[in-house]
Ligand binder design. Structure first.
Ligand SMILES: *Cc1c(COP(=O)(O)O)cnc(C)c1O
Length: 489
């Protein structure tokens, strides 16, 4: 494997006096800086910028742009993140001037198309989740969780149930769940998983009481397993007066087959940037719509997009609303992409997505199980979790395996999560990958496991082919070096 050719830091190419532009001589009076600004605003030395030609700077940025791994450049089986292909037709539609050039303060009569799209998206998401009403305002999964919990809180308060301060969260939950519960003013209480990787019903009965506000559940859970006893869990919580929150960030496993509403859930959030193909990674923008039952609909953030005889409008007359949770109306561009995806797939297509996501994951899991320990052996949904504990005995840790995968041109799976699996490797192939890609990745994983037996150093010292090797991750997080320091000669 060839090392990507290194390119010099742009500062090192600098030649005094070299310029990337040409301007004609000034033929108007120069600004008298001293007259315009206080003296401490005026720079006395030249800024230390590289002096390079236009071509050099062009090559610099073009080279930098190839230094990223993305779904468009290679396989990206990062569990729980759904790094699937984002169809380019979404981009074409999002760039239509009628969508990309609208202004939030425009007259409602002039943006009927954009409002109609949001209205239809709300309706489609109600249908997909089995809920009665949806807000598109929240900008991410985590914000959706917080929004949903604030509505549950508003409901309990409206009922005079001020003592309902606890939110139950399984130990296999996504990390945002307990965090959102805490930020929404609740106490997060953990419920354990049993040895099948599912919520332990006895432990659930033990932690539920009259102070329970809600249970937050990811289903399929972060082990990629479907919570089989979901209806029983729902009745345990409802009988105690609590509500059920569905973390639907990974809906791609069940879409078209079952719906949170049909499982008895009161609130659900979706990640449009995952299941519904919004490009993501690197921090956004995302979209985390929240759906609720009729009982909770009056608490939804305002405005909702509604329709009357004059057309679509912003419905702000909602006295019980928890209020606005984001400026304007959500990340509209991501909503346009999700709408395009839903309409281009159709109901049968969305169902096919779940089928393929689940088949791909099970195919990979069964082949990799021969080489890696599989802690939970039942069929998985869209993702699965392996343990690197056999390889650890040979001195190769999961982190080493992840680094070695870089040499094969793959983004590694999610590692060391969920925390209830030793040396966890969480793999989500997604439905958009071909069998050949899955086989190539499986072969790479098997080869790495062989290396762990025969030649562990090659894994322990990986990556060998990337520009940057292993970093001191603690130092990188605590003391990041974000600018170039020229070595003094
Ligand atoms: C990704 C994810 C989240 C958080 O979503 P963000 O958009 O990153 O805030 C929450 N829960 C689960 C299960 C997820 O996979």
């Amino acid at each position: 494997m060839a090392k990507q050719t290194d390119f010099p830091v742009i500062f090192e190419l600098s030649q005094e006096g070299r310029k990337g532009y040409q301007l004609p001589d000034l033929d108007v009076p120069d600004v008298d800086l001293d007259a315009e600004f206080a003296s401490d605003y005026i720079r006395t030395e030249q800024a230390d910028l590289p002096e390079v030609s236009e071509l050099q700077i062009m090559r610099h940025y073009t080279a930098l742009s190839t230094r990223n791994h993305g779904v468009d450049s290679g396989f990206y089986p990062l569990g729980s993140c759904t790094m699937k292909y984002n169809p380019k037709v979404n981009e074409d539609v999002a760039r239509y001037p009628g969508f990309s050039m609208v202004h939030p303060y425009q007259q409602v009569s002039s943006i009927q198309g954009a409002l109609g799209l949001m209205y239809d998206l709300q309706e489609s998401l109600c249908e997909i989740t089995g809920m009665d009403a949806v807000t598109l305002q929240s900008a991410a999964g985590a914000q959706g969780e917080w929004t949903g919990l604030m509505m549950i809180r508003a409901l309990h308060e409206a009922n005079g149930d001020h003592h309902r301060t606890k939110v139950i969260v399984p130990d296999s939950a996504h990390g945002t769940n307990p965090a959102s519960a805490t930020v929404a003013g609740f106490e997060a209480v953990t419920v354990k998983s049993n040895n099948e990787g599912l919520v332990d019903l006895d432990d659930l009965r033990r932690v539920v009481d009259e102070n329970t506000a809600a249970l937050m559940l990811t289903n399929p859970n972060t082990l990629g397993l479907f919570e089989e006893h979901i209806l029983e869990m729902a009745s345990i919580i409802h009988e105690a007066g609590g509500r059920l929150y569905y973390d639907g960030a990974n809906l791609n496993a069940i879409m078209g087959y079952t719906r949170p509403g049909d499982m008895g859930f009161d609130v659900v959030h979706l990640n449009l940037h995952k299941t519904f193909t919004g490009p993501h990674g690197g921090g956004g923008p995302g979209s985390g719509p929240v759906g609720v039952t009729e009982e909770l609909a009056k608490f939804l953030p305002k405005p909702l997009i509604s329709k009357n005889q004059d057309g679509f409008y912003f419905d702000s007359d909602r006295p019980s609303s928890i209020g606005r949770i984001k400026p304007y109306y959500g990340n509209f561009g991501i909503n346009v992409r999700a709408y395009t995806y839903i309409r281009s797939m159709g109901p049968d297509g969305l169902k096919q997505v779940s089928e393929n996501a689940v088949v791909n994951a099970n195919y990979m899991m069964r082949r990799l199980q021969e080489e890696f320990h599989l802690p939970f052996t039942q069929h998985c949904k869209h993702e699965f979790v392996l343990s690197g504990k056999n390889q650890k005995k040979m001195g190769v840790r999961t982190l080493d395996i992840a680094k070695r995968l870089l040499d094969f041109g793959y983004h590694p799976p999610t590692i060391y999560f969920p925390i209830n699996v030793e040396e966890a490797l969480m793999v989500e192939p997604t439905e958009t990958e071909s069998k050949e890609t899955l086989d190539e990745f499986i072969d790479a994983m098997i080869q790495i496991s062989e290396e762990a037996k025969d030649d562990p150093e090659i894994v322990q010292e990986a990556p060998h082919s990337t520009v940057v090797g292993r970093m001191d991750e603690t130092q990188a997080a605590r003391k990041p070096v974000l600018r170039y320091y020229r070595e003094e000669s």
